[in-house]
Write a protein that binds this ligand. Structure first.
Ligand SMILES: C[S@@+](CC[C@H](N)C(=O)[O-])C[C@H]1O[C@@H](n2cnc3c(N)ncnc32)[C@H](O)[C@@H]1O
Length: 181
């Protein structure tokens, strides 16, 4: 809510009242959890149908880590950044490249599925489908692809805050793109 400005006193008061109502909060959290699970299933299912897998070792959260390693020309950060630029400029989807979170392996992209409504998700999946169709050869299943074992996150305490609070993008500002067509 505070992305673009300070939250007004009236809004803070209203949210405060809502959060003081335990019955409401419990109901809200339950509904929210169920909707997140539903969106996660719909999004990862849609990706799965076009041969894109996501890291499966988490069981909660707002994001998935999408495996686009096969679309890299080389397994290096520069190739990941080049792919990220194609995705944002041509496919018009705002994913975050793994290198901006210090992932140790190139080719992983973080996608937020929590803030998409059904229509937006359909549009996003449609664009991904079209993109994959254009890159059919690269997306052919590899003989043996191990999605789970290779990714390793490592960061020191010093960069922990930066890692969590301020994902560093390869370009200074990611445009906020809302999928429409
Ligand atoms: C860091 S932003 C993601 C921005 C951008 N789309 C990205 O992928 O980098 C996280 C989004 O998740 C939404 N969000 C946070 N908690 C949520 C929750 N419990 N349920 C649904 N959406 C939530 C926020 O409103 C925000 O839009």
């Amino acid at each position: 809510m505070s992305s673009f400005g300070l939250v007004s006193a009236q809004t803070q008061h209203m949210i405060g009242s809502m959060l003081s109502n335990e019955e409401y909060v419990e109901e809200f959290l339950g509904a929210n959890r169920a909707r997140l699970a539903e969106w996660h299933g719909a999004f990862t299912g849609g990706l799965g149908r076009v041969g894109i897998r996501c890291l499966r070792s988490s069981n909660a959260g707002l994001f998935v880590l999408m495996d686009l390693r096969r679309l890299l020309k080389e397994k290096i950060v520069e190739a990941e950044t080049a792919l990220w630029q194609v995705i944002i400029n041509e496919v018009k989807l705002n994913f975050s490249s793994g290198s901006s979170f210090h992932y140790s392996e190139s080719g992983w992209f973080r996608v937020c599925f929590a803030n998409m409504d059904d229509e937006t998700m359909e549009v996003a999946l449609g664009r991904i489908r079209a993109f994959v169709a254009k890159n059919k050869e690269a997306m052919k299943p590899a003989r043996k692809l191990c999605v789970q074992s290779i990714l390793k996150l490592s960061f020191s305490g010093r960069i922990c805050d930066e890692f969590i609070m301020s994902p560093r993008s390869p370009i200074p500002q990611s445009p906020l793109v809302r999928a429409r067509t």
